[in-house]
Design a protein around this ligand. Structure first.
Ligand code: FAD
Length: 410
């Protein structure tokens, strides 16, 4: 691993620090930090948090720190991944978050830059980057998740418009979104990857109904989105009609990179140790064994993260496999959060305000599952490890070349 910075990188770090000191306050590590998330489970709190993240995105944009790796021709900074990593390292020390605006840039920017036409690029990219318009991803369906290309939402051409009918699900922040990236079935006779069309859709179009899904944590991060005779102008197609799969792949690749770059994040071992001490369990041999396991796993993860950074920043060494990192990371979270609740004893069975530490560990126990599913499930990543790392035969895909109309639907 190589931690040496070039003089240019060191100067950039100083510039970033100066920007953050002037525009934000340092994290306190307590509930006083707004960037931890909504203050409670209410829709008002979710909305207030969303608007704070929008304001931070605007600050980034106004100061030239939005879209660090985006090409200059699209209004970005034209910087390198190394510069984006340095920005992330410094920003992690401050009470700031672009929340879902940051994720939306990774999901929506690349397909428009790579496959969109000039009119779409000029119309949508600046307001995406400034946070003036918010976006969501309308991909998954009740019968299409890991096997996304099996999707059923239909779009039928009618003159200069397409008429869309169907249902999407698990759409993060769709209840706050102005626009969505949407994939639909336009040719049911073609094999499943061939008859898909990719749209940009205004979420205020008549016929769109967004229904928030309440999660076990009490929050509503996800939604169901229903389309009933929704009319979308043909000019909102990105790429070719029936040629939406390569556009979709661009989004999925960018999404995987975004999730992978979160690996090796801030340590929470200290919080676990503090809880064990507060409950008088830090001398219990079984608890100590668990603490040692959690500590060791966090160290291994942070070293994997550093190996990844060294590769990205200096093109040296071999990067760890992202699928290995994702599985290791989510397993480590499971071990850690279960121990957090266990050391609380009987109080660990309570929830939210009734539970110790206002339900800090209980909330993590309930929300841990999302990281095992989002960005490709752990099982799908294990398939990738089998195929890419171990060289085992590919998963059989018996319906790959069949017309979509003939394949077995979930
Ligand atoms: C935090 C989070 C945010 C999300 N945000 C969005 C969003 O904004 N927009 C959006 O469209 N979707 C979103 N999703 C949905 C997400 O993309 C899907 O949940 C995911 O693709 C899995 O699909 P599924 O839920 O239909 O499960 P399925 O694909 O039905 O999987 C069910 C089970 O079968 C296993 N399985 C499936 N295929 C295989 C295989 N080939 N080999 C072995 N096991 C297999 C899976 O691992 C899983 O355990 C989000 C999900 C999460 C958790």
């Amino acid at each position: 691993m190589n931690f040496d910075e070039s003089p240019e990188e060191a100067a950039l770090r100083a510039e970033i620090r100066a920007f953050l000191e002037a525009n934000a306050t340092r994290k306190t590590g307590t509930e006083a930090d707004w960037s931890r998330g909504p203050v409670d489970d209410s829709e008002d709190a979710a909305h207030a948090y969303f608007e704070k993240t929008r304001a931070w995105q605007r600050t980034l944009y106004d100061n030239g720190w939005a879209g660090i790796t985006w090409p200059k021709e699209f209004g970005g900074r034209g910087g390198t991944p190394a510069e984006a990593i340095i920005f992330g390292q410094e920003a992690a020390k401050f009470d700031v978050s672009a929340g879902f605006f940051g994720a939306a840039q990774s999901l929506v920017g690349p397909p428009i830059m790579r496959h969109g036409d000039q009119a779409q690029q000029e119309r949508y990219l600046p307001k995406l980057m400034s946070g003036e318009e918010s976006w969501c991803q309308l991909f998954s369906e009740p019968g299409a998740g890991s096997d996304l290309a099996a999707l059923s939402t239909r779009a039928v051409r009618d003159g200069d418009e397409f008429v869309v009918n169907g249902q999407k699900v698990w759409n993060s922040e769709a209840q706050h979104a102005d626009y969505g990236i949407l994939i639909t079935r336009t040719d049911p006779e073609a094999p499943k990857h061939k008859g898909i069309t990719f749209f940009l859709v205004d979420m205020r179009t008549p016929g769109i109904e967004v229904v928030p899904l309440r999660q076990a944590t009490g929050q509503s991060h996800f939604n169901e989105v229903f389309f009933n005779d929704v009319r979308i102008p043909a000019e909102n197609v990105v790429g070719e009609v029936d040629g939406g799969w390569p556009v979709t792949r661009t989004v999925l690749t960018s999404e995987a990179g975004m999730i992978g770059s979160g690996g090796g994040g801030a340590s929470s071992f200290d919080s676990l140790l503090a809880t064990a001490r507060a409950f008088g369990r830090a001398d219990d041999p079984v608890v100590r064994q668990g603490l040692a396991e959690v500590y060791s796993r966090e160290k291994m993860l942070s070293w994997m993260g550093l190996r990844m950074q060294t590769f990205v920043m200096h093109r040296r060494g071999t990067p760890p496999d992202p699928s290995v990192m994702k599985n290791f990371s989510t397993q480590s979270t499971e071990i850690k959060v279960n121990l957090g609740v266990a050391v609380e004893g009987p109080g660990g069975m309570l929830d939210r305000a009734d539970a110790p530490e206002a339900g800090f560990w209980q909330n993590l126990v309930l929300s841990q599952f999302s990281s095992r599913i989002g960005g490709g499930t752990n099982e799908v990543h294990r398939n990738m490890i089998a195929e890419r790392a171990l060289g085992l035969p590919r998963d059989i895909q018996p319906d790959k070349d069949l017309p979509w109309r003939e394949i077995l639907k979930a």
